[in-house]
Design a protein around this ligand. Structure first.
Ligand SMILES: C[S@@+](CC[C@H](N)C(=O)[O-])C[C@H]1O[C@@H](n2cnc3c(N)ncnc32)[C@H](O)[C@@H]1O
Length: 248
């Protein structure tokens, strides 16, 4: 059973950074289909990799997925976000809902030496719709593979192209929107989007055994209204991969 959707409401109010916890209401708020899919395929389908595990959520927005990890019995959860406002809200929210055994860290996940530190003493890593906002997603997956992490849960936007080779499409992203890529003070940042073959290949190459794979129809027409730096892809979906370290 999912928690009361009111706990999700702060994700919306976060845009204003003004709403006090006591004013949050259950109201008639519902999880939309996109978020239902995310919660199902990132969290609920992977409860055995979350419950009693130490979880690291890279690119945690305002901490909703860490909250769900806590709700489903994670031993400890760390959320990382490069944006300080969201880390503040995540801490505030966690305190209000009585979360225990958590930590929110303000950090760029592409600051790889720091991320390597965070990967110590972690069983499960979640990267939910973040790979496509950074510049070197392959290096991040490699770093996780080099650590002792056992499970890797990825949700990602993909380009549905007709190309069978692994491919990353680079584009520039509006960094003022807080769910996007981040690039210091710049208003535009470089980001990328893989095709499905890229994710499969990179996971395989770095010894991740894909245990579960879901593809969801999720056409978001505005996604590629950004400036593209390559062939303009014309279709986009969401995919979810659950991988476990392959024995070599
Ligand atoms: C599309 S949102 C996804 C949020 C959340 N994981 C989810 O699935 O709802 C991308 C998140 O990654 C964060 N982010 C983007 N680039 C980052 C970076 N280099 N380091 C850390 N966080 C980053 C953004 O601030 C934002 O919270």
């Amino acid at each position: 059973m999912l928690p009361d959707p009111k706990y999700f409401e702060y994700n919306g109010h976060l845009r204003e950074n003004t709403i006090e916890f006591s004013k949050w209401r259950s109201s008639d708020l519902q999880f939309d289909k996109t978020h239902q899919n995310k919660i199902q395929h990132v969290i609920v389908d992977n409860i055995d990799k979350i419950k009693d595990h130490r979880v690291l959520d890279l690119g945690c927005a305002a901490g909703y997925l860490p909250y769900l990890c806590h709700y489903y019995g994670a031993k400890h959860v760390t959320g990382v976000n490069v944006r300080s406002d969201e880390i503040k809200v995540a801490n505030y929210f966690a305190e209000q809902v009585g979360m225990t055994n958590y930590n929110f860290v303000e950090q760029d996940i592409e600051d790889f030496s720091k991320t390597e530190e965070l990967l110590k003493n972690v069983d499960t890593v979640i990267i939910s719709f973040v790979l496509e906002h950074i510049r070197n997603p392959e290096y991040l997956i490699r770093l996780i593979a080099k650590s002792n992490v056992k499970h890797l849960i990825i949700g990602s936007t993909i380009v549905e192209d007709s190309i069978t080779q692994p491919k990353l499409y680079y584009y520039t992203h509006d960094t003022e929107w807080k769910y996007n890529a981040h690039d210091g003070d710049r208003k535009k940042g470089l980001a990328c989007c893989p095709n499905s073959r890229w994710l499969e290949t990179v996971l395989y190459y770095h010894n991740w055994l894909i245990q579960d794979y879901k593809k969801c129809d999720q056409f978001v027409p505005w996604w590629f209204e950004q400036e593209n730096l390559d062939t303009i892809p014309w279709f986009e979906k969401h995919v979810y991969f659950t991988s476990t370290r392959r024995q070599t």
